[in-house]
Ligand binder design. Sequence first.
Ligand SMILES: Nc1nc2c(ncn2[C@@H]2O[C@H](COP(=O)(O)OP(=O)(O)OP(=O)(O)O)[C@@H](O)[C@H]2O)c(=O)[nH]1
Ligand SMILES: [Mg+2]
Length: 436
Amino acid sequence: MVVMFVDEARIHLTAGDGGAGCSSFRREKHVPKGGPDGGDGGRGGAVVLVAEVQTSTLIDYQFKKHFKATRGTHGKGSRMDGAVGEDLELTVPLGTVIRDDETGRIIADLTHAGQKAVVARGGHGGRGNTHFATPTRRAPAFAELGEPGEERWITLELKLLADAALVGFPSVGKSSLIARMSAARPKIADYPFTTLVPNLGVVKAGEYDYVVADVPGLIEGASEGLGLGHAFLRHIERTAVILHVIDLTGGYDERDPIESIGAIEAELSAHAEDLAARPTILIGNKIDMEGAREASAAVAAWAAERERAYFPVSAATGEGMESMMLAVGEVVRKARLTMEVSTAPYQAVYVYSPPEDEDLSVEMTAPGEFTVHGKHVERMVVMTDMNNDESVGFLQRRLRHAGVEPALLRAGAVDGDSITIGTVSFDFDAEGADEV
Ligand SMILES: Nc1nc2c(ncn2[C@@H]2O[C@H](COP(=O)(O)OP(=O)(O)OP(=O)(O)O)[C@@H](O)[C@H]2O)c(=O)[nH]1
Ligand SMILES: [Mg+2]
């Protein structure tokens, strides 16, 4: 049995808007009106999710919910193009599934280190007026607006595997420790085998975050199936780091703390050889209790002789917890460095954007009212400066070119009907469109 629990976060992403194109004309001495020289707007930055080994939880996304990439800057005269907006990269743990909230569709499943998913695409920059010059229109006094960046709510979902497991005899305080280290709230009681199923908690300590499992107490013979034995030793197999907890008071069966270390380690290595070689941190718990400091000094000396990491703590008072949690974070970080990493650098698994050549369609929403759908035409509209007659005229021709007018006529639209494309509505004027 491998215990997993699901970490989830819902976040809102906004890609950068494209910068507007510029409408400008060359100015030279003695030349009354030079040709158009407006530069293009820069593309907006995208929001990109990157799978990273050193991130193991979605904890960062529990607090901050809104993320925005920078916009492209506007074009300028003298054919100066605007700067491209910077992509915003958000790191997520390996195994993060990204879902689009609106459609429920899976956008990406990032399983390898370095994999990237463009989740919100930056808007195109508007074209400057140089692009609209033709032999018959030498001085186009309009430019395109920038396209707004994509924006969406997504849900991140991660099935967690523990980085570290708290192991030890019953009642040493494993559940009390996870309760101190994380938001996990397992049952704690002064009798052995309180914990029957593992609990997982997300720990945040300094710059580290990692997942800790609190597993049922082990007893001698666990490796042969005694107690809750086998099932949980199997679980420990999958964790990179072992947090071996000892009760400095001797615990319910008055066991010598140092002897108890050997007893548990014998069970671990009897179960699987390599468990004994796993990075291990010894945690002496209940330092607040009578006689515990003397016992701790003995364990500390024993550990120092063997160059083993040892931290005396109290889950009850919090003493020693912070430095122990930081040390665990560091060992987990090192353990992750040896994890397999995809050799393919920066592989984009999925670029979120519907195909550009999506079919154009016309929908009658009410008698005399029509809505035109189509990514391409919607983009034309949103990038048009509606306050500029010349650019509106240009839009009309482009729409006709894209087949909007025949599609409207086929759908039964007549002069004067209300037409909506994206955010803009206007009256249908088939005749007028012809004249432009
Ligand atoms: N004084 C003191 N008591 C503690 C401390 N940590 C745990 N305890 C007590 O020790 C008892 C056992 O604690 P648990 O956290 O349930 O121990 P456990 O290791 O999870 O036990 P099992 O789930 O049965 O294996 C409880 O009565 C706790 O209140 C501590 O640091 N100081
Ligand atoms: Mg417990």
